[in-house]
Design a binder for this molecule. Structure first.
Ligand code: GAL
Length: 347
């Protein structure tokens, strides 16, 4: 009998230990890298919050850095609370992302951090999140108001909705300024004008629209004459950037003096095309990107890229998390939070 009792006790104790080690919630599956969840350290006495993070597409260099930093920053908060994070991949498909938001609502997320696939769907998505009483932090893809500025009603009229991002006009301006500050101001062949190729990100994104517009505006504002040889959409993608640059270089040859890319991934592709065409950055062509991926900062320093602009994923992700935590505590949040871009040239 005694033996039976001690066996029973051992069984009860071991079951108890299993229950404790699961913390009551089993981690979600991570099928094919499409979804991931991370449970942060539990501290006695704190609150437990479920945080849904919807990213437009995992397959994006910059948004991967941003996403990883959201996770590690939540993990470093150490504020006595437990944050159960669930990341979902929108796969650049708005219908898919809309379903993911429906699931977040059904699962009862306490806050949502959202990188929209399409800002044109912002109204519908925000409406359902607000109706469910869940605070929302929009990141990276800014929905603009009717005046094409920060007059967007989905944010201004909803005190629990905000946007955290960087002003894309600034990044475009910095790209143009980097060229205007070169000794030849980008006019390599001395014909009195800068002949350029523009490689754009997804044209639905304000980042692509503003970088395209403001990079050239910085040149013309500096009194520099410009000639657009080509302007193509590369959708933020390295392979497309390479294809577009290769075609432009074969079509326009030595006429191409500057290749502006709306991001570094496409600039990496363009760099490969430049090398394949037997051209040399800094000697017979200039190449600009945005994001300051480690690889590109290295290229700027060794001269294989003319310049890039730091898109501060650390500042943006930390701000997004801090604001999400504020909202979770029921504190008032602002409509907009801005993080500066920084010019990156050879040091
Ligand atoms: C931009 C970034 C791009 C891409 C895009 C996605 O801010 O520069 O590389 O990540 O966001 O919307």
């Amino acid at each position: 009998m005694k033996k039976l009792l001690s066996m029973l006790l051992a069984l009860v104790l071991s079951l108890g230990l299993v229950a404790c080690s699961n913390g009551g919630t089993a981690p979600e599956g991570n099928e094919g890298g499409e979804e991931s969840s991370a449970e942060e350290t539990t501290n006695e006495g704190g609150e437990t919050y479920d945080v849904g993070v919807a990213i437009y597409q995992f397959n994006d260099n910059f948004m991967t850095l941003y996403r990883n930093e959201i996770e590690s920053y939540f993990g470093s908060l150490n504020d006595g609370n437990t944050y159960n994070l669930k990341f979902v991949d929108g796969k650049n498909d708005m219908a898919e992302q809309s379903n993911q938001i429906d699931s977040f609502i059904t699962e009862g997320m306490d806050v949502i951090i959202l990188n929209l696939v399409q800002t044109s769907s912002a109204d519908a998505i925000i409406d359902k999140i607000v109706a469910a009483g869940i605070p929302l932090v929009l990141i990276n893809r800014e929905p603009l108001g009717e005046d094409g500025d920060e007059s967007y009603k989905g944010i201004l009229d909803n005190p629990t909705v905000c946007y955290v991002g960087a002003d894309a006009r600034q990044s475009g301006t910095y790209q143009g300024e980097i060229v205007a500050e070169l000794p030849d101001k980008g006019d390599i062949n001395g014909d009195g004008k800068v002949s350029y190729v523009m490689i754009e990100g997804d044209p639905e994104n304000v980042d692509a629209q503003y970088r395209t517009e403001y990079s050239i505006k910085a040149l013309t504002d500096a009194g520099i004459e410009v000639e657009e040889l080509d302007d193509q959409v590369g959708n933020w993608d390295q392979t497309k950037g390479q294809e577009i640059a290769a075609n432009a270089l074969s079509q326009y040859g030595d006429k191409v003096e500057v290749i502006f890319c709306n991001n570094d991934a496409m600039a990496l592709g363009a760099a490969a095309a430049i090398t394949a065409a037997g051209r040399k950055v800094g000697e017979d062509i200039y190449l600009l990107g945005v994001d300051a991926l480690d690889e590109c900062v290295e290229m700027v320093n060794n001269g294989t890229m003319t310049g890039t602009v730091l898109n501060d994923h650390i500042g943006q992700s930390h701000t997004a998390v801090d604001v999400a935590v504020k909202a979770l505590k029921g504190e008032a949040i602002d409509n907009y939070y801005w993080v500066d871009y920084v010019k990156v040239t050879k040091n």
